[in-house]
Design a protein around this ligand. Structure first.
Ligand code: PTJ
Length: 245
């Protein structure tokens, strides 16, 4: 999915690459109709952030990784956008942690589930990683949610104690928190309900946040994490970006 015309030295290369990945995923039938809208919203926040990883996003990424390393039953959740933008790094992270990934989408159709699952299996083979991929046969439901969006695997999301849910919907984030899980969200919008309700929020672009997490070693101790401080820092970084413009 990574063959694009732009040169890597192009100032907007990273952004063009992400757009290209979404276009390719759309052609494969992996994306929700609103996927591009969600991405555009993320891009707008990233502009304000200066398209960089702030110190507080780095701290949140380190805390997220620390919690995942020390979890009993960690799981990484992928929706259509996450699979399109960062399937490889999500698989690398799962392989490092020795945990499953679960495809869990908001706008669920059998066609989209099959398209995403087959793409992930393809990437798993290319990378040569031994990761359990769940999502094909949900046998449980997230309490408090109605309809297909509640469907999940007992041995994955339902029984997990720490869950990474990048670009998550607010209702599902809330339901997972209500189950007593440590919920780690990656979301460029510090005002979103998911960002606000999560246990830990990394306010950063998905691929940069995953790079921070992959660079964090098991034995390292992160600095003290305070959820409200991290959200306020992100907000301030964006307002400062606006006033500097
Ligand atoms: O595949 P599905 O059916 O599960 O649907 C996935 C989407 C993302 C379409 C769905 O969950 C959705 O509509 O999400 P929202 O409510 O638009 O929330 C997505 C959040 O992710 C927004 O707050 C965006 O700012 C943020 N976001 C978008 N792209 C990125 C991002 N955050 C980090 N990195 C990104 N690349």
């Amino acid at each position: 999915m990574d063959e694009i015309a732009a040169d890597p030295s192009h100032p907007r290369y990273a952004s063009l690459l992400m757009r290209h990945r979404l276009e390719a995923a759309a052609k494969r039938g992996m994306l929700a109709d609103s996927a591009m809208i969600a991405h555009g919203r993320g891009e707008a926040f990233d502009y304000l952030l200066g398209e960089r990883t702030t110190p507080s996003a780095r701290l949140a990424g380190a805390e997220a990784m620390h919690r995942l390393w020390h979890a009993q039953r960690p799981v990484l959740s992928l929706n259509g956008n996450v699979a399109a933008l960062a399937a490889d790094d999500m698989l690398r992270l799962a392989s490092r942690l020795g945990c499953p990934v679960e495809v869990n989408i908001f706008y669920r159709t059998p066609e989209r589930m099959n398209a995403i699952l087959s793409y992930i299996e393809e990437r798993k083979k290319v990378l040569g990683l031994d990761v359990v991929v769940l999502g094909d046969a949900p046998n449980a439901a997230i309490p408090g949610l109605k309809g297909p969006r509640a469907a999940c695997h007992q041995e994955g999301i339902l029984d997990s104690d720490v869950i990474l849910v990048p670009l998550e919907d607010g209702d599902r984030c809330k339901a997972l928190v209500a189950m007593g899980k440590t919920v780690i969200v990656i979301d460029l919008n510090p005002l979103s309900r998911s960002a606000q309700q999560a246990s830990i929020t990394v306010v950063d672009e998905l691929s940069r946040a995953l790079a921070t997490m992959l660079a964090w070693d098991e034995g390292e101790m992160p600095e003290a994490y305070d959820h409200q401080t991290v959200l306020k820092d992100a907000h301030k970084a964006m307002l400062d970006g606006l006033s500097d413009a």
